[in-house]
Ligand binder design. Structure first.
Ligand code: TGC
Ligand code: FAD
Length: 392
C-alpha cells in the first residue's frame, strides 16, 4: 500500500475529532487566502500586518481556549492545530496569537481580579486591544530571576523602574504585563497601560528573523500605576513560568507548521528540478534528506498530539512541554536548513517560503527558553540535579 496521505505519514488525522479538524481547516484556509499572498512582502519590509487583527478576532483566535469573556472555549489540541496552521504561514503570525492567548489573556484570567478580567479580556478577545508580555531584560534572558526591574509601593500606588528587551508586540500593545521585583524580592506581574507617563516602547530594528512581527525594547522610568494594576494572583517567578508553559505548548505545534511548509516546498522542488538529466529527487542523497525530514515531522506531530491530550486531561507536566518545545523547534530549524539546501540558489530567495521560515526558526529555537535551557530542564527532571544553580 502506497503513502496516499502526504505529510500525514502516520495517519494522525484519524486521531483528531471533527471539531479539532474544523478549527484547523478554517485557520488553514484563512492563512492561505489572506496571509500567504503577503507573507514575503511583510517579511521583506519588516511589517506586521495589523490590519488582519480584526479578521483573526473574527476567527476566534484570541481567547481561543477561554470559556468566558468572549473566548471560544476550544481544547488544547485544537489550539495546537491552529498554531500549526498560523506558523505554516509565518512564525510572526503565530507569535502574535501566542502572546495574546498565552502571555496576556491567560495571566489576566488566571491571576487577575474580576474587575481586571471584565476590563481587559472582552476587548482583547475582540482584537480591539493588544497586549504584550515583558519578562526579558537586557541582562536577564535565560535567567529571569536576575531581573532588575523594580516595583516600589508608594501609598496606594506602585512605582516601576527598569528596562525590558525583545518584547513581542511591545509598541503595538495597549496593555503591557510587566514582571518586576517588589521590595521583598518577589516577582509580581503588573498591568501597565500605553501612554502611562514614563513608559516608552521603541522597536528593535535590523532584525533578520521574525521580521513580520513587532519586537520592542520597553523603558519604565518612574512609572506610577495604581495598586489595582497588580495581578494579585502572581506570587513569584513561578507565575510567569506558568504563562510560558502555555506559550511553549503553542510553539511546539507551530514549529511543525513551519517544518511542513519547508518540507512540502522541498519535495515539490525535488520532483520537478532536473539536473544531470533527471529530477534531483531521484538521487539517493536527496531522498535521504527528504526521508529524514518527514520522519522528524512525523515524530514531532506525535509528540504534540500526545502532549495535547495529556494537557486536556490535566496530566501534562512543564517538563513534557519543554521536551516538545526543545525537540520541535530544533528539528524544524534543521528541516528548514535542509530544505534550503535542496532548493539550491532558489533556497535563498523570498520567492519561496523556505529562507523566511529558516530565519524565523532561529528565533523560535531561542525564545521561550533556548534549546540549551530546555535540555537542562529535562536534565534536572531526570537526574534530580540542578545544572542552573552554581552551588549544585
Ligand atoms: P526554578 O527554581 O526552576 O523555578 C521556580 C519555581 O517554579 C517552578 N517551575 C515551574 N512551574 C511551572 N512551569 C514551569 N515551566 C516551571 N519551571 C519551574 C519550580 O518548580 C519552582 O517551584 P517551587 O514551588 O519549588 O518554588 O527557577 P530558576 O530561577 O532556577 O529558573 C529556572 C529556568 C531556567 C527553567 C527558568 O528561569 C526558565 O525557564 N528560563 C527561560 C526563560 C524564558 O523562557 N523566557 C521567555 C520569555 S517570554 C518569551 O520569550 C516570549 S516569545 C513570545 C512569542 O513571540 O511567541
Ligand atoms: P542568554 O540568556 O544570554 O543566552 C545566551 C546563550 O547562552 C544561549 O545560547 C543560551 O542557551 C546559553 N545559556 C544561558 N544560560 C545557560 C546555562 N545555564 N547553561 C548553558 N547555556 C546557557 N521575551 C519576553 O519577555 N517577551 C517577549 O515577548 C519576547 N519576545 C521575543 C521575540 C524575539 C524575536 C526574540 C528574539 C526574543 C524574544 N524574547 C521575549 C526574549 C527571549 O525569551 C530571550 O531571548 C531568551 O529567553 C534567551 O535570552 P537571551 O537572549 O538573553 O540569551
Amino acid at each position: 500500500m502506497k503513502n496516499d496521505r502526504g505529510t500525514d505519514y502516520y495517519l494522525v488525522e484519524d486521531l483528531l475529532s471533527d471539531r479539532e479538524k474544523s478549527a484547523r481547516d478554517a485557520v488553514r484556509a484563512w492563512v492561505q487566502s489572506r496571509y500567504l499572498p503577503r507573507a514575503a512582502d511583510c517579511f521583506e519590509k519588516g511589517i506586521f500586518p495589523a490590519d488582519l487583527v480584526p479578521e483573526m478576532a473574527e476567527l476566534g483566535l484570541f481567547g481561543f481556549k477561554m470559556k468566558e469573556y468572549g473566548g471560544r472555549g476550544e481544547n488544547n489540541v485544537a489550539f495546537g492545530l491552529v498554531c500549526q496552521e498560523l506558523e505554516r504561514g509565518d512564525s510572526g503570525l503565530r507569535s502574535f496569537v501566542s502572546v495574546m492567548n498565552a502571555l496576556v489573556m491567560f495571566p489576566i484570567s488566571e491571576f487577575g481580579t474580576g474587575e481586571q478580567k471584565e476590563r481587559w479580556l472582552p476587548p482583547l478577545a475582540r482584537g480591539e486591544k493588544i497586549g504584550c508580555f515583558g519578562l526579558t531584560e537586557p541582562h536577564a534572558g535565560s535567567n529571569p530571576q536576575g531581573m532588575l526591574t523594580s516595583a516600589v509601593k508608594r501609598g496606594s500606588r506602585f512605582v516601576l523602574n527598569g528596562r525590558k528587551m525583545w518584547i513581542t508586540n511591545g509598541s503595538l500593545a495597549d496593555v503591557a504585563l510587566i514582571w518586576a521585583k517588589t521590595e521583598d524580592g518577589s516577582i509580581r506581574g503588573f498591568l501597565v497601560e500605553k501612554g502611562t507617563p514614563g513608559f516608552f516602547a521603541r522597536d528593535i530594528a535590523k532584525k533578520f528573523s521574525l521580521r513580520a512581527s513587532v519586537t520592542s525594547a520597553l523603558t519604565l522610568d518612574n512609572v506610577s500605576i495604581p495598586e489595582q494594576n497588580l495581578l494579585p494572583g502572581t506570587t513569584g517567578l513561578k507565575s510567569a513560568l506558568l504563562c510560558l508553559n502555555e506559550a511553549r505548548y503553542g510553539i511546539a505545534w507551530g514549529a511543525v507548521g513551519a517544518a511542513l511548509a519547508c518540507f512540502e516546498t522541498a519535495l515539490e522542488y525535488a520532483k520537478s528540478r532536473i539536473q544531470f538529466g533527471a529530477p534531483i529527487g531521484s538521487y539517493q542523497l536527496v531522498q535521504q534528506k527528504l526521508a529524514k525530514m518527514i520522519t522528524e515531522i512525523t515524530k514531532a506531530q506525535l509528540l504534540c498530539l500526545r502532549l495535547g491530550r495529556l494537557k486536556d486531561e490535566g496530566r501534562a507536566r512543564h517538563t513534557h512541554i519543554s521536551m516538545a518545545k526543545m525537540n520541535n523547534a530544533a528539528e524544524a530549524l534543521k528541516i528548514a536548513r535542509t530544505a534550503r539546501e535542496i532548493l539550491g540558489a532558489n533556497g535563498i530567495s523570498l520567492g519561496y517560503p523556505v529562507i523566511r521560515h529558516m530565519l524565523n526558526l532561529e528565533t523560535v529555537n531561542t525564545y521561550e527558553g533556548t534549546e540549551d535551557i530546555h535540555t537542562l530542564i529535562i536534565g534536572r527532571d531526570i537526574t534530580g540535579l540542578d545544572a542552573f544553580s552554581r552551588e549544585s
